[in-house]
Ligand binder design. Structure first.
Ligand SMILES: CC(C)(COP(=O)(O)OP(=O)(O)OC[C@H]1O[C@@H](n2cnc3c(N)ncnc32)[C@H](O)[C@@H]1OP(=O)(O)O)[C@@H](O)C(=O)NCCC(=O)NCCS
Length: 210
């Protein structure tokens, strides 16, 4: 599924469930030592996906620890992103010669509660989303907006080291693509993304090419 939203040159791996017997590496254990089983499983499977994707780079057995803001710390020369939601785990990585930063996000293709849309969408975005939900109900556009913004954040953070609020980017959608205009001081005025919806899931990506 991720293939639909990633350009060539990116290695990725996805799983539509947890892989039996897959555990965090010993170095990663402390991160989820006190986590509930569901969190341990998503953590372990997404990292297993990451190591599958990293294998061609010679990093198929490296621990991937979280940084101070939970961002994954990739091996030298690698950029990447991970996501997990019910029924889906995935990771994508690339050489930093090819890609500066990337974010991927997966969500169930289901509406978000109104209060969530209110906190995620700017007034102008909300009007567009309600129009799309009415006129073109091919995807849960409100959930897609949420996912697009999370992908933007995952690509934004490694570049800036800064927080970006949902109200600080304005997203517009096309067929399988989106643009996020950043409304605060930013090294890039716009982050370009892609989206796909299939089999009850939404995936989004933002890839900042070198
Ligand atoms: C960090 C965040 C984007 C994660 O999204 P999510 O839908 O909750 O969860 P996902 O499963 O898709 O992704 C989780 C993974 O994101 C990655 N991640 C977490 N923090 C990150 C950061 N600061 N930068 C990059 N990646 C990050 C991690 O790999 C994490 O998985 P792990 O904890 O198992 O390692 C979300 O929790 C968040 O804080 N959002 C608020 C900021 C935001 O989205 N702003 C919108 C700006 S337009």
């Amino acid at each position: 599924m991720l293939e639909a939203v990633l350009p060539p040159g990116i290695r990725w791996h996805e799983s539509f469930g947890d892989v039996p017997g897959v555990l965090p590496l010993p170095e990663e254990e402390f991160v989820v030592a006190r986590a509930v089983p569901r969190r341990r499983a998503e953590f372990a499977t997404a990292r297993w996906c990451a190591r599958q994707a990293l294998t061609p780079f010679g990093y198929g057995d490296v621990p991937i620890l979280p940084g101070p803001k939970r961002e994954p710390l990739w091996p030298k020369g690698i950029v990447g992103s991970m996501t997990h939601c019910d029924g889906y785990r995935a990771a994508a990585v690339a050489s930093d010669d090819v890609v500066i930063s990337m974010g991927i996000d997966a969500e169930p293709d289901q509406p978000v509660p109104d209060r969530v849309l209110n906190s995620v969408a700017l007034p102008g975005e909300q009007a567009v989303i309600y129009g799309l939900l009415r006129d073109r109900p091919v995807v849960a556009w409100d959930r897609l907006l949420f996912s697009a913004k999370e992908s933007v954040y995952k690509a934004w953070f490694p570049i800036t080291g800064r927080w970006l609020g949902f109200e600080e980017a304005h997203v517009t959608f096309g067929d399988g693509v989106f643009s996020a205009r950043i409304l605060i001081d930013s090294p890039l005025p716009v982050f370009e993304g892609r989206w796909a919806a299939e089999g009850g899931l939404i995936v989004t990506s933002v890839v900042v090419q070198a």
